[in-house]
Design a binder for this molecule. Structure first.
Ligand code: HEC
Ligand code: HEC
Ligand code: HEC
Ligand code: HEC
Ligand code: HEC
Ligand code: HEC
Ligand code: HEC
Ligand code: HEC
Length: 496
């Protein structure tokens, strides 16, 4: 891990000058944003790590006890390489979840750290990714939604299944059913590691071909929290992927866009995969500039800290200087080692596009996308947030979330409709950018949110609500009586 950060730091030090896609900068980007070998080089694993002698017993009994599971393992790359049940399930007696089973000490949970015994590179990238933080996200931010509007049983069956649970081990080593089964992306494991590799690599096949398909992602990336399934399927990329799946070379040993396949990109291509000289990484999110699922989107710096951890900071905040100290989310203080700007993250994403598209096309597309995010922020996100803050500050709304209708209107404005508009523009679905997205934002804002905000503010609505919109040219049409009205489906003579 240490050496990865070092490579990144050196790369950063070498490049204090401008950004253009020169070969030198590409090399720097590679070293800085991504670790490990280029896709073409396969990591050599040490065979001394597997072939546990008790494995044969597990297989022979489980061929009857759980024939399906054992059959999945039989057709896996692990079986082919000689990796058996014990190589993954073995445990130390001192492990919190160790159980004695047929004369062996095993654990049911095979955590990312256990996989990392052999797959170090993937383990380190995955532990450093936003995926690994997905439990902290729900633990601290939204108990109000999960527990109040829903209830504990729903939290277990929904939020936790995508974000992850904190797995609890009972006194006898068995797993508390309120927390397991679960393969959420940021699950907290009994050994302290985060996430679950079988979130994407279905067990017991653990195949890379299967994980390259969009289906590996869309169990979680669908619906209001992250509408990417619908968006990808509606995009030209999704259309070509569906039509030409057999040209995608999904079972290839390496999978580099532009070299191993060219037909269409999938989620993995853009967010994880190798492309030209850009190496693959299990650290999703490195190539993303914006926080798209927020009341107001921010461009984000990526800050690498001396202790090996990372954090994202909005680019409106002061740029932290190298060597300065930052408080992490958990309260610990660490020194800043490297700051990656939003522009560089954009460059990395653009390198993927450039395998199949031209430079002008790629830049043009990114301008169009950024334009939608800025439109959402300036026209709806910022004003709505400001109005809500005033209503709370004046005691015109109770501090309890989701006990008043306007709170649902506001929430859906940015969380459901606003996210769809922004994701739709980011990933090329015009339908989601407009009809499922910004159109619904506008409808909510003008026909629901503002009405309720004025009702809550009562006689003070000019001061607390309408003053926020004053001077914003995007809303000027509301006050312009002569502006021709759209013909809402009426004939000319029927409109005023
Ligand atoms: C003699 C038959 C037999 C042998 C040998 C055996 N198992 Fe099992 N195992 C079972 C049966 C039956 C169950 C399901 C009932 C249970 O959970 O107790 C089970 C359950 C399990 C579970 C799930 C435990 C849980 O938390 O529900 C795991 C994991 C497991 N076995 C792994 C192994 C491994 C690894 C080995 C090799 C060391 C092994 N088994 C050897 C019969 C066997
Ligand atoms: C590459 C590592 C790996 C190998 C090899 C492996 N397992 Fe597993 N196994 C896992 C993971 C990961 C889980 C998911 C547990 C969790 O983290 O929630 C699991 C879960 C299980 C479970 C409980 C979950 C369920 O679906 O009931 C059983 C039983 C089990 N394994 C048995 C076996 C047996 C028997 C073998 C050998 C034929 C085997 N495993 C080989 C990684 C492995
Ligand atoms: C179908 C899977 C799924 C379910 C169910 C789910 N989430 Fe999410 N959630 C996601 C994904 C994926 C993201 C990441 C969105 C992104 O970054 O674009 C996310 C983002 C978030 C965020 C950060 C962005 C935001 O919206 O504020 C919070 C907080 C959150 N979820 C809380 C919850 C809670 C609480 C529940 C249950 C009431 C829940 N989620 C249910 C998949 C899910
Ligand atoms: C977000 C989904 C996701 C998660 C979580 C995930 N993987 Fe992967 N993994 C993939 C994808 C997609 C590929 C294929 C990438 C490619 O070929 O570019 C892959 C490939 C691999 C490979 C093959 C690498 C090679 O070069 O042949 C290994 C090994 C692997 N993953 C291990 C892990 C381990 C260990 C974990 C947990 C620490 C993990 N993965 C978690 C999606 C995931
Ligand atoms: C004891 C060593 C060991 C452990 C533990 C281990 N693996 Fe593997 N894994 C291997 C070997 C060996 C291969 C096959 C050679 C290769 O692909 O490099 C492999 C291959 C893979 C592949 C590529 C499969 C393909 O389609 O080509 C994936 C994905 C993977 N492992 C995921 C995991 C996950 C997830 C875990 C934990 C649940 C895990 N492995 C645990 C040794 C291990
Ligand atoms: C088990 C659920 C689950 C699966 C499977 C999953 N994700 Fe995620 N993903 C999440 C959650 C939850 C978040 C939000 C995490 C956070 O913000 O901490 C997220 C966040 C992301 C982000 C946003 C990073 C950022 O910058 O905010 C990207 C990109 C992403 N996932 C891509 C993928 C891809 C590609 C796959 C499939 C190969 C995948 N995910 C599979 C649940 C999942
Ligand atoms: C053609 C490339 C491409 C494909 C294919 C693609 N994405 Fe994206 N994705 C992007 C871009 C570009 C962004 C916006 C990045 C930024 O913020 O600068 C994005 C944003 C996201 C985000 C939002 C992260 C945030 O900041 O909240 C998530 C989550 C995500 N994608 C997941 C997926 C999933 C899941 C799939 C497949 C169903 C997918 N993407 C397919 C290019 C792609
Ligand atoms: C593996 C190749 C590949 C990659 C990588 C790729 N695309 Fe595409 N893209 C295509 C194909 C193929 C089409 C469909 C072209 C057509 O027939 O109009 C397409 C279509 C598009 C379209 C619709 C254009 C139109 O004229 O309708 C946009 C926009 C787009 N891509 C943007 C991007 C962006 C932005 C990225 C990077 C984040 C990207 N693509 C990455 C192959 C790719």
């Amino acid at each position: 891990m240490d050496s990865i950060i070092k490579i990144k730091a050196i790369a950063m030090g070498n490049n204090k000058t401008r950004i253009s896609l020169s070969r030198e900068v590409i090399a720097i980007l590679l070293g800085m944003l991504f670790s490990g070998p280029i896709a073409a080089e396969k990591v050599k694993l040490d065979p001394a790590n597997w072939g546990h002698e008790a494995g044969a017993d597990c297989v022979s009994c489980h061929a009857k006890a759980s024939a399906g599971l054992t059959g999945q393992w039989r057709s896996s790359a692990h079986r082919e390489a000689g990796v058996n049940c014990m190589d993954c399930h073995r445990a130390e007696r001192s492990d919190p979840d160790a159980i004695e089973h047929e004369g062996q000490i095993i654990a049911t949970i095979v955590s990312p750290r256990d996989c990392g015994r052999c797959h170090t590179k993937e383990f380190e990238e995955q532990q450093g990714s936003v995926h690994a933080e997905a439990f902290a996200l729900i633990e601290t931010r939204l108990p109000a939604l999960a527990d109040n509007v829903g209830g504990p049983a729903m939290r277990i069956a929904s939020c936790d299944q995508c974000h992850g649970s904190r797995v609890k081990v009972l006194g006898d080593g068995s797993l508390d059913t309120a927390t397991w089964p679960n393969s959420g992306i940021g699950r907290i494991n009994p050994d302290g590691s985060k996430g679950s590799c079988s979130a994407c690599h279905g067990r017991h096949g653990f195949s890379k071909a299967q994980a390259r398909e969009p289906d590996a992602c869309v169990r979680c990336h669908s619906g209001p929290d992250s509408p990417d399934k619908e968006i990808f399927e509606a995009s030209k990329h999704g259309m070509i992927y569906a039509a030409r799946k057999d040209a995608m070379n999904l079972t290839a040993d390496t999978w580099v866009a532009g070299r191993d396949y060219t037909a269409a990109p999938t989620c993995v291509t853009c967010h994880m995969g190798g492309a030209g000289k850009l190496p693959p990484s299990h650290d999703v999110g490195m190539r993303n500039v914006w926080s798209l699922n927020a009341p107001v989107s921010e461009r984000q710096y990526l800050v690498l800290l001396e202790d090996g951890s990372k954090m994202e900071l909005p680019s409106t905040a002061q740029v932290p200087r190298r060597g300065s100290e930052l408080a992490r989310a958990d309260g610990r203080v660490a020194k800043v080692k490297v700051v990656v700007t939003p522009e560089r993250r954009r460059q990395a994403m653009s390198m993927v596009c450039l395998e199949c598209h031209g430079k002008g096309f790629t830049r043009g597309f990114m301008d169009q996308f950024d334009g939608v995010v800025e439109l959402f922020n300036d026209k709806f996100g910022i004003p709505a947030k400001r109005i809500m803050a005033r209503l709370y500050a004046e005691g015109l709304l109770t501090p309890t979330p989701f006990d008043e209708p306007i709170e649902f209107a506001y929430w859906e404005l940015w969380h459901d409709e606003g996210a769809r508009a922004r994701h739709g523009a980011a990933m090329m679905s015009p339908n989601h950018a407009w009809w499922e997205g910004m159109y619904r934002v506008g409808r909510n804002f003008y026909s629901d949110f503002l009405i309720q905000a004025r009702a809550a503010a009562g006689p003070r609505s000019a001061e607390l609500v309408d003053s926020v919109l004053e001077g914003l040219s995007a809303h000027a049409w509301l006050a312009d009586p002569d502006r021709p009205s759209p013909i809402l489906g009426l004939d000319d003579e029927e409109t005023p």
